[in-house]
Design a protein around this ligand. Structure first.
Ligand code: G6D
Length: 336
């Protein structure tokens, strides 16, 4: 495996890893993935342009590390230890993606470790309570590892000076089609798939999740069959959102997504995955916007969004002071 660094403008670096059949590129801007190719096939979105301008402008958080809190927090507000914290309502009236000072907008420091059979990039940054209005100053480490088996692993490590919320994810969009046509032909497979429903403002309802094993009676489920389902509750969600933008509970913390040529295996220690099928990309008025509805899908591993307002002190996203946070997710690509 070979690794090299390319410096762009605005302090943005690209860290390019070559593993023969596959090539992957990361950046210090948002500790993000920029490109992942299997031979000539782009398997993630964004790799058409490796330019810094694209990532600064892009409103869809392509490939970025998202935090402190990945999903929406209802009414941009939460209570912890009897104190009410008001966050930025950047998805008015709600808060999303950690706000405009979130991890995706930061230039991280980094160090490259070239080991036998794998290359690690350790990205580090700090975030202060004055910047994003969550309690506590934090040190954050995001390690991207790429190994000889074409597996990309992300490890999140963090520590806070005060009791706070921490629920990060990565916002990469995949498309396994050689022609990069819409992802409706991709299948998702897991031993169990349960989808949480959303109200009309993208907030988790807390209702019993929809059990896909009962609706589809198959372990392999086509995205198109989900979009066109005649199951009343699922149809209502698909009509409202024009696709998936939903948290799932996934059997054994493992999900496979495939088309005829490739299979993507996702494993995580997180209990939930938010699957978003890029439903309305047309709202971005830019020459960079070459995307249409369902041009890609995300698999954002995390604790269920808005857990702090649903479960209070029992929310898993609460991080105690001076207590190390750790979580890990991997994505592996195989050619069939
Ligand atoms: C997240 O859930 C959200 C979407 O609603 C949003 O449009 C996207 O990020 C950019 O996945």
């Amino acid at each position: 495996m070979i690794v090299e660094v390319e410096h762009q403008r605005h302090d943005v670096d690209l860290i390019k890893i070559d593993n023969d059949e596959t090539k992957i590129v990361f950046s210090n801007y948002g500790a993000r993935i920029v490109s992942w190719k299997y031979h000539d096939n782009n398997i993630i979105l964004g790799n058409v342009v490796e330019a810094d301008e694209f990532y600064f402008e892009n409103p869809f958080n392509f490939g970025a590390t998202i935090g402190r809190y990945a999903g929406r927090i209802k009414d941009a507000s939460f209570k912890l230890d009897g104190h009410t914290y008001e966050l930025e309502n950047n998805d008015s009236p709600h808060h999303i993606h950690g706000g405009s000072k979130g991890l995706d907008k930061r230039i991280f420091d980094y160090e490259i470790i070239d080991e036998i059979g794998q290359i690690k990039i350790i990205f580090t940054t700090t975030i202060k309570e004055m910047e994003d209005h969550y309690p506590g100053d934090m040190t954050i480490k995001v390690t991207h590892t790429y190994d000889a088996d074409h597996r990309w692993t992300i490890q999140y490590e963090a520590e806070s000076t005060k009791r706070t919320l921490f629920n990060p994810t990565n916002h990469v969009y995949f498309n396994l089609n050689r022609d990069n046509n819409v992802v409706d032909n991709h299948r998702m497979s897991s031993s169990s798939l349960k989808m949480y429903t959303l109200d009309d403002e993208n907030i988790v309802t807390g209702d019993e999740p929809l059990n896909f094993s009962q609706i589809f009676e198959d372990e392999h489920i086509l995205f198109k069959d989900i979009f066109d389902s005649t199951n009343q509750k699922l149809q209502e969600q698909m009509q409202r959102y024009k696709g998936l933008d939903h948290p799932f509970e996934v059997g054994d913390h493992q999900l496979a997504i495939d088309n005829k040529e490739f299979e993507l295996l996702i494993e995580t220690d997180m209990p939930n995955m938010v699957i978003f099928t890029f439903n309305e990309p047309q709202n971005w008025d830019s020459d960079f916007n070459i995307y249409k509805s369902h041009s890609g899908f995300t698999v954002e591993t995390q604790h269920i969004p808005n857990d702090i307002n649903m479960y209070g002190e029992k929310a898993h996203s609460i991080l105690n002071p001076h207590t190390p946070y750790f979580s890990k997710t991997s994505y592996q690509i195989n050619e069939k």
